[in-house]
Design a protein. Sequence first.
Lengths: 386, 190
Amino acid sequence: MENFEQKFDETIRRGLEIVKETEEDRLMTLSVGPQHPGSGHFRFTIKVDGDYIVYCDPDPGYVHRGEEKMCEYRNFIQNIPHLERPVIHDSTNITYSYSLAVEELTNIKVPLRGQYIRALASELNRQVYTLYWLGIYGIFLGHSTMFMWPLGDRELFIDLLEALTGARVTHAFNIPGGVRNDMPEGFKDRCLRQVAYFEKRLVEYEDIFYNNPLFRQRTEGVGILTKEDAIKLGVTGSVLRASGIPFDVRKAEPYDVYDEIDFKIQYMKTGDSYARSMVPLLDMKESCHIIRELLDKMPQSGEVRAKLQPNPKGPAGESYKRVESGRGALGYYIVSDGTPKPYRVKLSVGSFRNMLALPFLLVGSKLADMPSIYWSLNYWPVEADR
Amino acid sequence: MSSNQSNTQNGSEQKKNVTDSTQTSLSKKTEITIPEFEGSIVNQLVTKFTDKIVQVVYVRPGRTKILVPPNEIVQVATFIRDTLGFDHAESVSGTDYPKDNQIEVIYHLSSYSDEKLSSHVLALSTRVDRNDSRMPTLIDIFKSAEYHERETFEMLGVYFEGHPRNERFLLPEDWADIPPLRKEFRIKGR
């Protein structure tokens, strides 16, 4: 307890004061990003004392679009296409909790087949996002094969989603009331073939990347986040599960059909960068299993979406709904005043919540460990900025 | 002193407003059965702080929303963390209500350490005066609210007393307009 308070105070609250108290002329200031290819559209300032980072200050906002304000000008349906912009690689999941919240506000019931297709699209999109993240993680640790392989395999999942939704990346597939369209013919077999192929590939990923001694040296024991600290920082997703807390919204608060699916929460106990990069891989494996089960249990025919009125609206009220996205719990808090336009929309996104762990873990570690810690946080700058 | 006075006035106004709305919601609640577990959370809060301080706004399965005056929020939040077991803030958001001349600040609290609470999100909300929007910070109780409160400060102009960095976060450093999530801020061309 004492330890955490002290570390939090030194790394996040009073970082700069403490740095100033010590001999500042010893330190060198580095600005990482926003143009730096290793940080995405995100900037953080670090001060190094020799090889060690003594101060880190995140400065997000370079891709802030004002999504929350934009929502107040459009009606519930018009909001879908722009809400998926923050994470175009995970666009089905970011509109998922929005749809759930709007359904609660407007009392729309989703047909069973629609719920299954929605969950299926969400799992496929999780693979797309995680593969993209893995590719970037690989290249910034200097492993160019790990850049090519996941991005190549990601194309196959994108092709599947293209067949299902009609668009390659930004699908706008989830809508309040279900999904836009039914599955095309022969989609089930195509999906099963792809999953069988991908499961074999995951074993190869482990061989070439995760069991690579260089990768293990750079990540094992680096940036350890203990269980207690993870709880207090309120991190989510793979960062949380890597620290030994089996929390997954799909299990904790099952939405749609997830309570009928039999799957395990993947977690590790070490809390270092290795665990944080391993958990998404385990998630992908489990996701393959979920895709199979969804296809198996899905009703063979039926409606995929509820019939909507032209301008859906419900009584005044509010709703907070969350789903498990590629980066952890993704919640929407929507206030409605009874009109077709939302009065207030708030996105609670995993990246923004995990940002607190960045200065907490970076301060005190070596500069060379910065990429492996930063990318293991599964941080997506555009999502954090909204 | 002046800020103190306005705070207490604001607090008493709030209580009046809320009792009206809670009475209606309470009468609704007798029709809809409250889930047992959520009911026990509400009971603990109301017996500890009396319904003058803690107003229950709504109870749904897995969701509870309470409203407290800004000057009592620290002790209620401490009780929520230490006794009820909610250990982190998922989000902090603000909603502007120009008609009531108030801004509502909502903390969505959830729990990782207690498995029974994992499906539950407790919304702790308070209403501050729009012209003098100040409230005590909760970052010492929920460390996870650190950046969320900073965002709420710049987006709605709510000053968190005790927060070390009430400053720009997502907006440009030279932002000179009013906080953008206030209702009078209009997007150009709309």
